[in-house]
Design a protein around this ligand. Structure first.
Ligand SMILES: [Zn+2]
Length: 293
């Protein structure tokens, strides 16, 4: 069985910490470098449910995409929810390792996994990392659909291919407009509209889109927007990362057991579709009622 330090060096080679954004908090949160590792669990969020799952599974290492402490802390008291996570991990000899923005921009990275889940052909990064001579690393991916389809159909297709969440996928733009090319970015893609427009794609699939940026983006060009659940856009990375570690384990004869959590940790737990007429319909009908009165 490999020691934690050996597994961590392999993970660092996949997602070097120095490629993370300056504001990010990646790397090992807890764990004894000498401890043996047999079982590894991959998940998006280091929340208590996931840590409990790691305990149930008998995992020695939990690898998550999101950091536990992004801004540092002065306490890991179990009275705080993050402190409880730390206590549970240490009491059960489970290490926690985070690969966040260093996994986003990797080759393959989070958006490659997202494109893979949707069977898209990746053409190039949306924001290329200038330090990569191969031109494959960077944020987001510009992709091509194998079979162009209307935006509305593409949204339904993406909702079927991504893991199910309460949110599903919201769409902005003409549902009938054909989508041939799409930019994808796992996680919050709100800041990438300029790059998406410059890429000249038909649609942009990401998460956490807000009213004003989305409204402006669709006013400036006929770009279709697909707003999926943040967790769902990053979850495919867990499968990709587990497969990468499996391959390393085979190469070294480590015999690791990798697992991917299927627990939905998206914070949104329910979605109520409007059952009454839309505001536009209501306004029109009251206007026509007023006209006929
Ligand atoms: Zn994220």
């Amino acid at each position: 069985m490999p020691a934690l330090s050996e597994v961590l060096s392999a993970l660092d080679a996949l997602w070097p910490a120095e490629r993370a954004e300056a504001w990010d908090a990646v790397g090992t949160v807890c764990g004894d470098p000498e401890a043996p590792v047999r079982r590894v669990l991959f998940a998006v969020d280091p929340v208590q449910e996931i840590v409990d799952e790691a305990v149930q599974l008998g995992a020695d290492l939990l690898v998550t995409h999101h950091p536990l402490y992004l801004r540092g802390t002065t306490t890991v008291a179990a009275a705080t929810f993050k402190g409880k996570v730390v206590h549970t991990l240490i009491k059960n000899d489970i290490a926690l390792h985070v690969a966040h923005t260093n996994a986003d921009t990797a080759d393959p990275g989070v958006s490659d996994a997202l494109a893979g889940a949707l069977d898209l052909r990746v053409l190039r990064p949306l924001v290329a990392d200038a330090s990569d001579p191969a031109g494959r690393r960077g944020l987001g991916r510009v992709c091509e659909l194998a079979h162009p389809m209307p935006l509305g159909d593409f949204a339904r297709y993406a909702a079927e291919r991504l893991p199910a969440t309460a949110q599903g996928i919201r769409v902005a733009g003409d549902p009938e407009r054909t989508v041939r090319t799409v930019a994808v970015s796992g996680g919050s893609g709100d800041s990438l509209f300029d790059e998406v427009r410059a890429a000249g794609v038909d649609a942009f699939l990401t998460a956490d889109l807000r009213h004003h940026p989305a409204s402006e983006a669709t006013q400036k060009s006929p770009l279709g927007l697909l707003d999926a659940a943040h967790w769902a856009t990053e979850w495919p990375w867990c499968e990709q990362a587990a497969a990468q570690l499996d391959e390393i384990s085979d190469r070294h004869g480590w015999d690791l057991r990798t697992h991917v959590s299927r627990t939905v940790t998206d914070p949104w737990t329910a979605h109520a579709a409007s059952s009454h007429p839309s505001p536009t319909t209501t306004l029109q009908s009251s206007a026509s009622r007023a006209a006929s009165d």
